[in-house]
Write a protein that binds this ligand. Structure first.
Ligand code: HEC
Ligand code: HEC
Ligand code: HEC
Ligand code: HEC
Ligand code: HEC
Length: 174
């Protein structure tokens, strides 16, 4: 009897730990509060502004880049005037200050990742970031864990040779 209770307890403890780790993996922290209520749904969804219009470096650099206030003002000198959240954009512009956006995705420094390689190879933003064009607030939908990278590399490698490179530790840990 005591043995059975002990066994049940162990299972419960195991499951709680697994659940806890699972939640951590999913980020679990909920959406991030940004200085301006910028909506991808309004911009990339409803108004179909291309991702690269704002994230101009995604196909030519390691980082995708966050647009400068100047890019926003290109439209908002004439669009959305009178809206309080748009007024905040004007305020940063007038103060000549960058908007202090908070990072959503953040890989550890010991991992090498480059947008250019992936975007040029035709991997869509959505494959890694999910349906951003439907999100009012950006959320991280992929774990960004090693297994996530490697699983896709295994499925996308063109041939055995490329598979070897894409699974090589030194490819992602330089
Ligand atoms: C009008 C400009 C604009 C367009 C178009 C746009 N974005 Fe963004 N994006 C931003 C701004 C500003 C931020 C920073 C604020 C935020 O996180 O919402 C951002 C943040 C992001 C982030 C999170 C960055 C981080 O900190 O980790 C991702 C991922 C992203 N965008 C992907 C996309 C994708 C994919 C598309 C196309 C479907 C797209 N964006 C279209 C302006 C834009
Ligand atoms: C290519 C044009 C374009 C660019 C660039 C652009 N926007 Fe917009 N934005 C729009 C349009 C169109 C709307 C919808 C206006 C409306 O419904 O009246 C909008 C709406 C908004 C709103 C109001 C949302 C609401 O309804 O309260 C905010 C805030 C905003 N944009 C912030 C930004 C920021 C910050 C940037 C730069 C990172 C940016 N926009 C870049 C076209 C643009
Ligand atoms: C193969 C997966 C993958 C694809 C495809 C991808 N991203 Fe990313 N993205 C990431 C990862 C991983 C990070 C975190 C990088 C870091 O923290 O160094 C990131 C970070 C970002 C960021 C914030 C940091 C930065 O680089 O400026 C933006 C913005 C972004 N991505 C936009 C995009 C857009 C737009 C596209 C499509 C044109 C895209 N991403 C395609 C995986 C991807
Ligand atoms: C959705 C699929 C997908 C995901 C997820 C993905 N990759 Fe890739 N990755 C690819 C493809 C496809 C290539 C090959 C690109 C080419 O053919 O040039 C590649 C290539 C690379 C390369 C260049 C390899 C070389 O030849 O030197 C690096 C580095 C890399 N990925 C790192 C990462 C890291 C780190 C992650 C996770 C944070 C990741 N990737 C997630 C699909 C993916
Ligand atoms: C396709 C990219 C990729 C490849 C290939 C890769 N890694 Fe990683 N690795 C990552 C990413 C992303 C992380 C950070 C996220 C995490 O901890 O899972 C990571 C994390 C790690 C960590 C830290 C784990 C921790 O718990 O903090 C070690 C150690 C590691 N990798 C070793 C290796 C070894 C050894 C190889 C070769 C057998 C390898 N990696 C191949 C992407 C890769």
């Amino acid at each position: 009897m005591a043995a059975r209770i002990f066994a049940l307890l162990s299972v419960t403890v195991f499951l709680s730990i697994a659940l806890f780790l699972g939640c951590q993996k999913l980020g679990g922290s909920g959406p991030i509060q940004q200085p301006i209520a910028f909506s991808h749904k309004i911009h990339a969804g409803d108004n179909q502004i291309p991702c690269l219009y704002c994230h101009t470096y995604a196909d030519r650099s390691q980082v995708a880049g966050i647009p400068a206030v100047e890019t926003c003002m290109g439209c908002h000198k004439i669009v959305g005037l009178g809206k309080p959240e748009v007024q905040k954009v004007h305020d940063y512009w007038n103060k000549k200050e960058p908007i202090p956006w908070k990072r959503v995705h953040d890989l550890q420094d010991f991992v090498y990742f480059s947008h250019k390689r992936h975007v040029k190879a035709g991997v869509a933003c959505e494959n890694c970031h999910g349906q951003i064009a439907q999100m009012d607030v950006v959320e991280q939908v992929s774990s960004l864990k090693m297994g996530w990278c490697v699983t896709c590399h295994e499925s996308r490698a063109k041939d055995k040779e490329q598979l070897t490179v894409l699974k090589d530790c030194a490819t992602c840990h330089k």
